[in-house]
Design a protein around this ligand. Sequence first.
Ligand SMILES: Nc1nc2c(ncn2[C@@H]2O[C@H](COP(=O)(O)OP(=O)(O)OP(=O)(O)O)[C@@H](O)[C@H]2O)c(=O)[nH]1
Ligand SMILES: [Mg+2]
Length: 338
Amino acid sequence: MKKFFFSMTISFLILLVINITWVFVNIYMFVVHGIESIISGQTLIENIYYSIYLRWILLADLIWLISWFVFILQRKSYKTNSDLHYLQFEKIEKPKICIIIPTYNEELSIEKVVKDFINQEYVEHVIVVDNNSSDRTVEIAKDSNAKVITKNENKGYSHSLVLGLKEAIKTDANIIGTVEADGTFNAYDLQKMIPYLDNCDMVIGTRQNQVMTEKGNQNSGFFVWANFILAKLIQMKYVSLEHMGIVNLTDVGCVYRIMKRESLEKIVDKLTHNGTDQPIGGVGIGLYFTMQCIENDQKIIEIPVTFKKRIGKSKISGVSTGKTIRVGLNFLWLILTV
Ligand SMILES: Nc1nc2c(ncn2[C@@H]2O[C@H](COP(=O)(O)OP(=O)(O)OP(=O)(O)O)[C@@H](O)[C@H]2O)c(=O)[nH]1
Ligand SMILES: [Mg+2]
C-alpha cells in the first residue's frame, strides 16, 4: 500500500508536468503558427485522435484517475478503522498537564515561555529538554521553575522531543503537550485545546489563520503553501470517501499540540528505531508523530492557534530558503515512504 501511494504521488507529479508542458507547447504553436497547427481533425474526437501526444496523455490521465478511485475505494481496509473516527465523548474530569519544551540556545525567550505555561490552569509540570546550549538557557529555565534535562552533546531536536515525551510519561500527568521554546506560541491557547481532547486523542495547532498570526512571524508564502500541501498529502494518504479522510490537516510543521497520556503510551516507542533512543524522521518528527497516531487509530483534531514573531535567532525555518526546502523534501519523503 505504501508503494502504491508512493507511485500514485510520483506519477501525479510527472503527469502534472506533462499536462502543463503540453498546454504551453500548444499555446506556443497557436501563437507562432496559427490554429491550423494544433487542429488535426474535423471534430473534437478526431482532433484528440490525430494529435501526436494528446491521446496518450489523456489515456495516462484516465488510468491515473481510475487507479486513484480504486485506491480510495479500498481505503477502509487500510490499517486504520474509520469507524473509530466518528463522534466519541469522554470528558477529562481533572486535567493534569505536562508540557515538554526542547531548547537550544533560547536564553532570550525561555523564561517567558516556561513561566507562561506554569501559570496556566491545569499545568502541573514543565520539562525543558536542553540540547547542550552554549548560552544561559539551562540556568534561566531552572530559575523559572522548570524541570530541566540536559545532555552532554547536541543530539538534535527530535531526540529532545522524544526524550521529553518519555519523561512526561513518568509523571502523573494525564495530558502531555509539546511546544517550541522560541516564544512563537501562546500558553493561553492551551485552554482552547483542552476541551477538544474530550472528542479525540490528540489536538494539533495550525498556524494557517492569518488573523491569529502576528505580523513578522515566520509564515512566508513558501512556508505556508509547503505546510498546507504536505498536510493535504497526508490527508490524501488516509483519505476515505466520507469526510475527505479521517483527519483534516492544514499545517504539518506545527509542534504545539497536546495528547492524552494513554495515547502517547501507545505511540511513544514507535517514534524511535527499534531498541534505540534514535528518533525516526529527524526534523520531521512532528509529522511522523502525526502519522503514527493515525496509523494506530488515534483520533486527531487540528485547531487554529495564535502564532507570533520569534524571539531570538531562527535555527531551522528562518535560516535560509535552501534549508527550508531541504526540510520540506525530508517531510515529503517521510509522507511517501513511512
Ligand atoms: N535547530 C535546533 N533547534 C532545537 C534543537 N533542540 C531544541 N531545539 C528547539 O526547537 C525549536 C525549533 O527551532 P526553531 O528555531 O524555532 O525552528 P522553526 O520553528 O522551524 O523555525 P524558526 O522559529 O524560524 O527558527 C526551538 O524552540 C529550538 O530551541 C536543536 O538541536 N536544533
Ligand atoms: Mg520556531
